[in-house]
Design a protein around this ligand. Structure first.
Ligand SMILES: Nc1ncnc2c1ncn2[C@@H]1O[C@H](COP(=O)(O)OP(=O)(O)OP(=O)(O)O)[C@@H](O)[C@H]1O
Ligand SMILES: [Mg+2]
Length: 482
């Protein structure tokens, strides 16, 4: 139970102490130690001085009173009150601490005193010395501080009692002055200690703070940071180890960037070669194969028109139908390979045509919404990438989603173009698909997006459809960054 409470207290203390930085901790320790030492020494010196002074003071009080008693004996016996009065006056004059002195006769009558006008009667009973005592000292509390009142019997009490009061005001004043000096010394030592500690902690923590800010820079992938070695101690060794580590990280990062650049160069080379090849084949199909098939159709129609034999005419018409179908397929193929409309009329027209074709041939309902692209063309590489991405996404929906409806949304915002393609189909498990080999469609979408410095996000869950979010940055003037 007690252990738990101690632990809780320690935890609470550490929550506060641990939260402040090292400089404050070191300064706090030094200030605490100096203050503790200063105050302890001051208190100890003060109490020792007080005890010693009290003892000396008491001795002084007794010796003065005894002296008065000794010197007043004869004067009392011959009843020389004037000389007695003089003796008391001299005693007070010679010792600054003597507050008062008076002589009391055995009958309790005041024979002489130093009070001038009136003697305070209550003082008489304040202290007495019995006949068998050498002296009797008491501390009296008065308005002017403590008074050490000593009573000494004169001539064994037969001639009366001498009473002397010594005030300790000057003693107290001296004690306060010594205490003040000691406290001032403590404050001065604290100030010097704190200044020295501040300089020392600055020296100690500077390399640590430099290491911290360099480590934060490394976390931000800035590997150019080097920390100067300040001293040949453990921190110096840590600095060396840190510098070696950042140098190794910088080298590794450079190699990685080179590899990445090479890969991007390769991939973009492959993609552009692929596009060029598709363009060439599409042109070839359009310019050559389509022309040949058109000539064939015209020839077959001519044959059918000029021939009198019905079975030959029928044959020619059938072949014309087959050639017409082949012409349509070639058109479709050319369109899929590289729609000329993409180069001529831009992305919205090409996507629109592709979607119309999908709807016609696959009975898929596709909504298309395009924003921010009226009278504005995107850079060619962005248009091609977006066209291919949407083409692959819709092909996937047709092949795998079993969806009723799909939607394509393209939006051009300041600094970026965004495309969202989603469907209400059966969805899929992304992790499973990522682990499988041989699927190139989604990989191609990602490659094309990232090559242009963009980002692809795929959201899909079995039974809940699929959404693809593509964002490609555009330079401020509308061009692509990549
Ligand atoms: N819209 C979708 N709805 C349901 N499943 C999908 C969808 N898109 C992709 N998939 C799943 O993800 C897999 C990977 O798609 P990906 O396009 O990468 O390859 P693929 O279509 O199988 O082959 P290809 O390389 O010819 O494109 C698909 O096999 C399919 O299981
Ligand atoms: Mg695919």
């Amino acid at each position: 139970m007690r252990e738990q409470r101690t632990k809780r207290w320690f935890n609470r203390f550490w929550r506060i102490a641990g939260a402040v930085n090292i400089r404050v901790k070191i300064l706090g320790i030094i200030l605490g130690l100096v203050l503790l030492m200063g105050l302890t020494v001051t208190l100890q010196v003060r109490s020792t001085l007080l005890r010693t002074m009290d003892a000396l003071f008491e001795e002084q009080a007794v010796s003065v009173a005894r002296d008065v008693a000794a010197r007043s004996t004869d004067l009392i016996l011959i009843n020389n009150l004037y000389a007695l009065h003089q003796l008391l006056q001299d005693t007070q004059k010679n010792n600054a601490n003597v507050r008062y002195a008076f002589i009391v006769s055995p009958e309790g009558e005041i024979l002489a005193h130093t009070f001038g006008s009136g003697f305070p009667q209550e003082l008489l009973e304040a202290n007495t010395a019995s006949l068998d005592e050498y002296h009797h000292t008491m501390r009296l509390n008065t308005d002017e501080g403590q008074v050490w009142d000593t009573a000494v019997p004169i001539f064994d009490g037969r001639a009366g009692t001498a009473r002397v009061g010594l005030s300790d005001v000057s003693l107290r004043r001296m004690l306060e002055s010594i205490t003040g000096q000691l406290l001032l010394t403590t404050v001065l030592v604290s100030v010097i200690g704190i200044t020295a500690a501040a300089a020392l902690t600055w020296l100690l923590t500077r390399p640590i703070l430099q290491l911290v800010s360099a480590a934060q820079a490394v976390a931000r992938r800035d590997f150019s940071q080097r920390v100067p070695r300040w001293a040949d101690d453990e921190i110096g060794e840590l600095t060396d180890a840190f510098n070696t580590m950042t140098a190794a990280l910088a080298k590794a990062d450079e190699e990685r960037a080179e590899r990445e650049a090479l890969r991007e160069q390769y991939v973009s080379g492959v993609i552009s070669a692929q596009e060029e090849e598709r363009k060439r084949i599409a042109r070839e199909l359009h310019d050559s194969t389509s022309q040949t098939l058109t000539s064939l159709i015209i020839g077959l129609r001519g044959l059918s028109d000029t021939c009198n034999q019905p079975d030959v005419r029928q044959r020619a018409d059938d072949l014309r139908g087959v050639a017409g179908q082949a012409l349509e397929e070639v058109h479709l193929l050319a369109l899929q390979l590289r729609p000329a409309v993409l180069d001529d009329l831009g992305l919205p027209a090409a996507i629109g045509r592709f979607i119309t074709d999908c709807q016609r041939r696959h009975k898929l309902n596709v909504d298309l919404a395009i924003s921010g692209l009226d009278n504005h063309r995107l850079p060619p590489e962005v248009e091609t990438a977006l066209y291919r991405i949407i083409q692959e996404a819709l092909t996937n929906i047709i092949r795998h989603a079993n969806a009723e409806t799909a939607s394509v949304f393209i939006e051009r915002c300041p600094g970026l173009v965004r495309a969202v393609i989603d469907d209400d189909g059966q969805g899929f498990n992304l992790e499973t698909v990522n682990r499988q080999e041989g699927h190139l469609g989604l990989y191609g979408i990602r490659e094309r997006t990232e090559l242009l410095g963009g980002r692809l996000t795929i959201e899909s869950e079995p039974g809940h459809g699929t959404s693809l979010f593509v964002e490609i940055p555009l330079a401020v003037n509308g061009g692509s960054y990549a």
